[in-house]
Design a protein around this ligand. Sequence first.
Ligand code: 5GP
Length: 184
Amino acid sequence: MRNLLIVLSGPSGVGKGTIVGELLKSGKYFLSVSCTTRTPRDGEREGVHYFFLTKERFEKLIKEGGLLEYSNHFENYYGTPKAFVESKLKEGDVILEIEVDGALQVKRAHPEALLIMIVPPSEEELKRRLEKRGLEKNGNAEERVKRMRYELSKKEMYDYVVVNDDLQRAVDEVKQIIKKEKGD
Ligand code: 5GP
């Protein structure tokens, strides 16, 4: 049995946050908390949802080699603190919930990482979900649809693609994949 670095990605609105929440309920995984330069949304807490940094501090972290990966999207930096991931991997499985550019950087640095992309049943369905969610998140509808297409265009580079047609079914599939990869 080996400890896994599990990377979950998928376009915004696809439900990956909910899937991660379900996985964490088992108490089996460590979730990496990312750094970002975006402003906190209502209810978001420092060190829980993100470490909220200034652009200067983020760029210093990049220079110091403190990030396992980072990317600049929706006009902000997002990145994974390296030290946390490396120390927790000695204790158990670690989950990263990050977008595609960062995920592919992780795969280059850690070819053994398990990359899972969560996709919607159809592009139309995701567009509907994004419209329902409103404009408070990440740019206008057009930008988000563009980003969604970009993310989906990278799915062949992932180890597994899971369709979130039904939350419980998708969670079970992700759990099965992890179990298989761990050789349990
Ligand atoms: P949000 O601003 O809605 O919290 O996140 C926007 C996007 O950034 C999501 O797709 C999320 O998965 C991604 N993201 C969050 N943390 C990181 C990170 O550390 N690195 C990268 N590359 N993407 C991240």
